[in-house]
Design a protein around this ligand. Structure first.
Ligand SMILES: [Zn+2]
Length: 166
């Protein structure tokens, strides 16, 4: 009998830890400044390269250290590859060592939406463009100050627009 109770306590702790780990980045719907953009998949496919389409419209992930922006330090604004909405700036980009462009904050709260993602038995929080629902990447809680967040993005979902001047 005792082993059953022990097993139940252990199981309870595991479930509790599992629920707790992914639960404190709440889901949130961003409200895009210029309204939603919706297009049939065929139009996105025509507009994007195959890699951009795979990442942004099919929730793909580019291989680490292969994207255009993981090591980029050029000042500027990162826009959504699909709809052009500004998403992140170089001022909140940091070197995470992961091989993906990482930011501690979006350009504006409303520029992204956060959805819980339980694929592959991992509790993660998916980050999408609030305007066109493009898959951008995931957000984790191991980022630097001041937010402590790490927005781990795919280069293929972003377009860097360099700042004018020097
Ligand atoms: Zn977008």
């Amino acid at each position: 009998m005792r082993w059953i109770i022990t097993a139940l306590v252990v199981l309870g702790c595991l479930i509790g830890a599992y629920a707790w780990l992914g639960s404190d980045i709440p889901e949130r719907e961003g409200k895009p400044m210029q309204g939603k953009v919706e297009k049939p998949e065929s139009e996105w496919r025509a507009q994007l390269t195959p890699e951009q389409y795979r990442v942004a419209r099919e929730k793909g992930t580019e291989r680490a250290f292969t994207g255009a922006y993981w090591d980029t330090k050029t000042p500027g604004t990162y826009e959504c590859i699909c709809c052009g909405q500004p998403l992140f700036t170089s001022e909140t980009k940091f070197d995470s060592g992961t091989g993906w462009p990482s930011f501690w904050q979006p350009v504006e709260e409303n520029s992204v939406s956060l959805h819980s993602d339980n694929a592959w038995l991992m509790r993660r929080t998916e980050v999408v463009c609030s305007r066109c629902d493009a898959h951008l990447g995931h957000v984790f809680k191991d980022g630097p100050k001041p937010t402590g967040l790490r927005y781990c993005m795919n280069s293929a979902a972003l377009k860097l627009v360099p700042k004018e001047g020097k």
